[in-house]
Each structure stands twice: as structure tokens, then as C-alpha cells.
Design a protein around this ligand. Structure first.
Ligand code: PMV
Length: 354
């Protein structure tokens, strides 16, 4: 490499998130605009670390490695996204990018990694852009001047739910009169609006199956276009947003549990009545849900579950009850998990520059 060649490196870590009010359905003909607002918790342990080494070239070049190995499927997805971003980041037209990406959670855990990986990628792009514009700043300063709303907007274009991963603790994506400043184009932070108890939440992810998703998110969202309950669903999601925001603000755990579990069930009910229909829960998913309900009823401990578009169960509970709940997981739930696997995650602080 010629010493005058422009080159450098950046590295970001970005978390996954779990939706409480689900994003399921896109507005047709628009670029990843949701049919309804969604709210998520930002995770901590489940994250992606992405490093990009860039080097001036006469054209765009991409060399992508996932966990140290080439991965043609991810490489294509990332190349497609980067090509759409060339007008926003003209430097891409004359740069060789060497991207190394790594997930903290097992690749075979059935946990979608697009939220963490795409938000980490976008943060790297914004950081490179800043350094090419001559910003000689230290890492901490760079992190503080990154425009996280812009990072959220760009992440949304790569993967809808990724736009919620940019903020500490909790985020809301989608325009709603219940939240000032909310937008369909990017997520906003809920960190300063939620009661302290929600900042302590644990999310123990019970791995019921490590199989790849039976239906991709893209196909799943498209099924909503013909779902007979779509209109009712979007109205319901909007009212759940209002009620959940209220519960999050006031610290109302009972209402939080009611809405969170109802949203998880609705997501799966929508799947079951789509055409074609899908059953994404497994027998052990149902066994776990029933056991959680019994435990809550018997102990009064405010724990609840949510589900993503798959069979794994996210068990949510305040830190204050962690010891009791973790004993409960080991005694009564672990044997329903694939090879006894569960990931002890909790609400986290959002992305960081490494
Ligand atoms: O971001 P996508 O297109 O992978 O969609 C995510 C959909 C759900 O995970 C099921 C719900 C959500 O809001 O995260």
C-alpha cells in the first residue's frame, strides 16, 4: 500500500433488541415504513462487533468475513445494502472495505442478528465518513458526535428492527401521537421516559430450537398484506403503544405484563392465520409459557414472556427477582431448552465504539 493512500479502520459494537409491541407489516411501496409503531428493549449480551478496515481504491470492493470465515450469504446482503448507500456515502465508490463481523451469541441460537449487525455496520460507515472529512477526534468524542437518529434512519433501510438498536434501554420506532418526536423513519430513545424498574429488566432467552427461521422476516411482513385481521391488528398495536408507554412511565408492571404477553401471542396468531400459515411455536414453547404462568400465579413474581418470530422464549423480569427466577429456570425450564441452552441477557446501554 502506498503511504499516501487513504486508509484506516473503525470498530463498533451494537446490540440486538427485543420488541414488546411488535413491528409486523410494512406499508406497501415504501422503504421499510412500518404499518404500526413498535417498542423494544435494547439488549446487552447479544451484540455484534464489526470492524472495517478501509483502503482507497479505483472502485468499490468488499471482503466480508463472519467469525473469521467468508460468508457469501451475508456478503451479498451487505454488498446490496452498501450499493444503495453510495449516494449518501460517495467514498464507497472508491474504497476497498475489509469487514470482520462477530456475534456474541451463538450463530445457531435461532436469534436474528440483523438488528445488531446492520446497526453496527451503519455506525462504522458514519464513523468512516467522519474520519474522511478530516475529523481528527478521539474515539470517545467520535462516539459522542455520531448522529444516532441518522444512524437509526440508515439502519432501518437495511433491516427495519435494526433502527431500534441504537439507543440505551428502550426505543420506539413509528409515528404516534403518544410520543413527541416519534417518526416512521427512525427510532427515538425511551431511556428518559421509562421508570427505573424497567431499566433493570433481565431477558433470559430460552433456546427451544436452534433451527434457522421457518419464514424470513421479509416474507412474514409481506403475509400481512393479505392477512384478514391486518386492519384490526394495526389498530390494536396503536392502542397497545399508548397503554405500554403509560405503563413504562408509571412503572405499572401488571399492565406491562399484560401487553407484552398479548403482543407475543398476537404475532404468532397472525402467523397462524396468514396464507400460507405458519406455526412457529414448538411444543416446548407452550410448555414453557404454561410453566411461567403457573410460577407467576404461585409466587406473585412479576415475570413474563415475549416471543420473536420463532419458538424461543424471552423471559423478562426485574433484577430484584433475578435469583429466584434463575433458580426457577434451572429447575423447571432448562430441560425444555435445546441442549439446555439459555442466554442470560438484560437491558443494556446501546452501541459503543471499540
Ligand atoms: O426487522 P425485521 O424485518 O427482521 O422484522 C422484525 C420483526 C419482529 O422481530 C418479529 C418484530 C420486531 O418488531 O422486532
Amino acid at each position: 500500500m502506498n503511504e499516501n493512500t487513504i486508509h484506516g479502520g473503525v470498530k463498533w459494537q451494537s446490540p440486538s433488541n427485543i420488541a414488546l409491541v411488535k413491528y409486523w407489516g410494512k406499508r406497501p411501496g415504501m422503504t421499510q415504513i412500518p404499518q404500526n409503531p413498535s417498542i423494544s428493549l435494547t439488549l446487552s449480551r447479544c451484540h455484534t462487533e464489526t470492524a472495517i478496515f478501509f483502503e482507497e481504491s479505483d472502485r468499490f470492493g468488499l471482503h466480508f468475513r463472519f467469525d473469521g470465515k467468508e460468508n457469501p450469504e451475508f456478503q451479498t446482503k451487505i454488498a446490496d445494502f452498501l450499493k444503495t448507500q453510495m449516494p449518501r456515502f460517495p467514498f464507497l465508490n472508491r474504497m476497498d472495505l475489509h469487514i470482520d463481523s462477530h456475534n456474541s451469541f451463538p450463530h445457531s441460537s435461532g436469534i436474528a442478528s440483523s438488528a445488531s449487525s446492520m446497526s453496527a455496520l451503519v455506525l462504522c460507515l458514519l464513523d468512516i465518513n467522519m474520519s474522511l472529512r478530516g475529523a481528527e477526534l478521539c474515539g470517545a468524542t467520535r462516539q459522542s458526535i455520531i448522529d444516532f437518529s441518522e444512524a437509526s434512519r440508515l439502519s432501518r433501510l437495511a433491516s427495519g428492527s435494526a433502527c431500534r438498536s441504537l439507543f440505551p434501554k428502550a426505543a420506539l420506532w413509528g409515528a404516534t401521537t403518544a410520543c413527541q418526536g416519534s417518526s416512521d423513519e427512525y427510532a427515538v430513545s425511551l431511556e428518559n421516559t421509562i421508570a427505573p424498574v424497567f431499566k433493570t429488566l433481565h431477558d433470559s432467552i430460552l433456546i427451544v430450537s436452534d433451527a434457522k427461521k421457518a419464514v424470513s422476516s421479509r416474507a412474514g411482513h409481506a403475509l400481512m398484506d393479505t392477512n384478514p385481521y391486518a386492519t384490526t391488528r394495526y389498530a390494536q398495536a396503536n392502542s397497545n403503544i399508548i397503554d405500554l408507554l403509560n405503563a413504562l412511565k408509571t412503572g405499572d408492571l401488571e399492565q406491562f405484563i399484560h401487553i407484552t404477553e398479548s403482543e407475543a401471542m398476537q404475532l404468532h396468531a397472525l402467523m397462524m392465520c396468514s396464507n400460507p400459515s405458519f406455526i412457529l411455536m414448538k411444543p416446548n414453547t407452550l410448555r414453557i409459557i404454561n410453566t411461567i404462568h403457573e410460577f407467576r400465579h404461585e409466587t406473585g413474581i412479576p415475570l413474563c414472556f415475549t416471543l420473536d418470530a420463532g419458538p424461543n422464549v424471552h423471559l423478562l423480569y426485574p433484577d430484584q427477582h433475578a435469583e429466584m427466577v434463575e433458580r426457577f429456570i434451572m429447575d423447571e425450564l432448562e430441560h425444555y431448552c435445546h441442549e439446555g441452552q439459555w442466554i442470560p441477557d438484560r437491558v443494556g446501554d446501546g452501541p459503543s465504539r471499540c
